[in-house]
Design a protein around this ligand. Structure first.
Ligand SMILES: Cc1cc2nc3c(=O)[nH]c(=O)nc-3n(C[C@H](O)[C@H](O)[C@H](O)COP(=O)(O)OP(=O)(O)OC[C@H]3O[C@@H](n4cnc5c(N)ncnc54)[C@H](O)[C@@H]3O)c2cc1C
Length: 159
């Protein structure tokens, strides 16, 4: 028997503190890949006799992608730092912040990457549609984005 009778659910939940952060880090990596593909493609693809990277509308999407990726990365570092130091309560909270933000962020970045690719982005010939399908899962497993918000709010509201 592992632990005491009746403690199983609590023990199972504690494992999530350790697994949510690496899942969030995976989402950050996928978002970063989507951003890097978008930067490269925007310099290659020409419309109106110039690379689409020249258009401010595209540049702003790339800039937002970079900002979101870096923010997700820092939330992951913070959660990993706290958990590595045995700060279980704070680490659990940080892990939910990292998972909630990185999952939703990766979905936004991947969707924008498909937008940068235009019609090609929607096909399987280019990598960004797969990234978009893959990161959707991160909003669902290991605790959905809604459940992360439940955890975060509970932490904020407890006495
Ligand atoms: C590819 C894949 C791999 C998976 N791998 C694993 C695994 O290895 N181990 C494992 O244990 N599970 C795994 N899962 C299961 C995954 O953890 C569950 O799908 C997930 O927890 C959501 O549960 P559910 O599908 O029953 O959705 P439901 O609980 O039915 O939720 C449906 C919707 O309602 C929302 N919702 C539910 N409760 C609340 C609430 N209280 N407040 C607000 N919104 C709420 C959810 O956020 C969601 O949007 C995997 C799922 C997938 C798709």
């Amino acid at each position: 028997m592992i632990g005491q009778i009746g403690d199983g659910f609590k023990i199972a939940l504690k494992t999530l503190d350790k697994t949510r952060t690496p899942i969030a880090a995976g989402a950050v990596g996928a978002a970063r890949a989507a951003m890097e593909y978008s930067v490269k493609y925007s310099k290659e693809r020409k419309q109106f006799n110039q690379p689409i990277a020249n258009f401010q509308g595209i540049q702003f999407m790339l800039a937002d992608m970079a900002t979101k990726v870096e923010a997700g990365r820092l939330l992951c570092y913070q959660a990993a730092w706290a958990l590595d130091r045995g700060m279980h309560k704070q680490g659990s909270y940080y892990a939910s912040l990292a998972k909630r933000f990185s999952a939703d962020m990766a979905m936004e970045v991947a969707t924008d990457a498909v937008q940068v690719y235009g019609g090609y982005g929607y096909t399987k010939e280019y990598p960004v549609e797969k990234i978009m399908r893959d990161v959707k899962l991160v909003q669902i497993y290991e605790g959905t984005s809604q459940i992360q918000r439940v955890v975060i709010a509970r932490h904020l509201l407890e006495d």
